[in-house]
Design a binder for this molecule. Structure first.
Ligand code: SF4
Ligand code: ZN
Length: 298
């Protein structure tokens, strides 16, 4: 349970449910989401049972003030795969899922552009609230994107974004800061250019994701000099430079601060620097960089 800033600048309660189901059929080099998935298709009935249980638990624990829940909250159903892949979300469960999420004014699901088709449009049309689809753009660099093994071209992303736009489904885009195969000095530039591309395609929200290792393949690329994790300084600069781009179109850009400390080189300032990013995520307002006598903020 966290707060998220809406495109209108309001802070809203946002509940994320991490659902367990079938593995994603794509094998992007940077992804480690398969660790939380199974090899078999998701069993029918499993997802509605998970959502029902989770919503009950959240209400039982009083994590959301009753007057805010769920009508004024957004719900993110993240299944570490593609929501509109029938292997991941059985068609037979759709009815039950729609009933469960109906009260939320916005429902966010994640999906590869290849699965953004008729089923997605039908699902959106049956919700009371608005559907938002989160798609990984990752990196708009014409030579880097094909090497990420996402089996997606920029044109595929744009076509899916256009399908969403035509029917009023919102788009959230994930952009990697310092993906593999991109020279380290270009990390910030391409994060900002990728965010610009996503906004141009109608995204209202862009989430910058510092690229992490940890799945084995990334360690191999690191050892081979093909991957350089971002520095905290680059992550900050990417957000600082993407912020005015988002503001200009009335959208939002945030940075994923999970595990952020691993990118820091100075223990003296990592905490205030993380806090600054978290404040910007909520306010959307630029702030001066943290200064540090130990490392000069670098
Ligand atoms: S499409 Fe998404 S979930 Fe699937 S491998 Fe790529 S990043 Fe991971
Ligand atoms: Zn420092």
């Amino acid at each position: 349970m966290e707060e998220e800033r809406s495109a209108e600048g309001r802070l809203e309660p946002a509940l994320t449910l991490f659902l367990a189901g079938a593995e994603c059929p794509f094998t992007c080099v940077f992804c480690d989401l398969w660790r939380h998935t199974g090899e078999e298709p998701t069993a029918e009935g499993s997802l509605p049972a998970q959502v029902e249980w989770a919503l009950r638990e959240v209400q039982k624990k009083g994590q959301i003030p009753p007057d805010l829940f769920p009508r004024r909250s957004r719900l993110k159903l993240y299944n570490a795969s593609n929501f509109f892949d029938p292997r991941a979300v059985p068609l037979a469960d759709e009815e039950a899922l729609i009933d469960l999420v109906r009260p939320f004014h916005r429902v966010v699901v994640e999906c590869h552009p290849a699965f953004v088709g008729e089923r997605c449009l039908r699902f959106a049309a049956r919700l009371d609230g608005r559907l938002e689809v989160a798609m990984g753009l990752e990196c708009a660099h014409p030579e880097v994107l094909p090497r990420l093994n996402k089996k997606m071209t920029l044109a595929d992303f744009d076509a899916a974004a256009a399908r969403l736009r035509e029917v009023g489904i919102a788009l959230r885009a994930f952009v990697l800061v310092a993906p593999p195969f991109l020279p380290a000095p270009e990390a910030v530039e391409w994060a900002v250019r990728s965010a610009e591309h996503a906004f141009d395609q109608g995204a209202q929200t862009v989430v910058l994701i510092p690229t992490r290792g940890g799945n084995g393949e990334m360690e191999r690329l690191l050892a081979g000099g093909l991957f350089t994790p971002p520095t905290l300084d680059q992550v900050e600069e990417a957000l600082d430079r993407a912020l005015p781009v988002a503001t200009a179109i009335g959208g939002t850009v945030t940075v994923d601060t999970w595990d952020l400390d691993t990118f820091a080189r100075c223990s003296a300032c990592v905490h205030p620097r993380r806090q600054r990013l978290e404040r910007i995520n909520l306010s959307g307002q630029a702030e001066p960089r943290v200064t540090c006598s130990e490392c000069d903020g670098r």
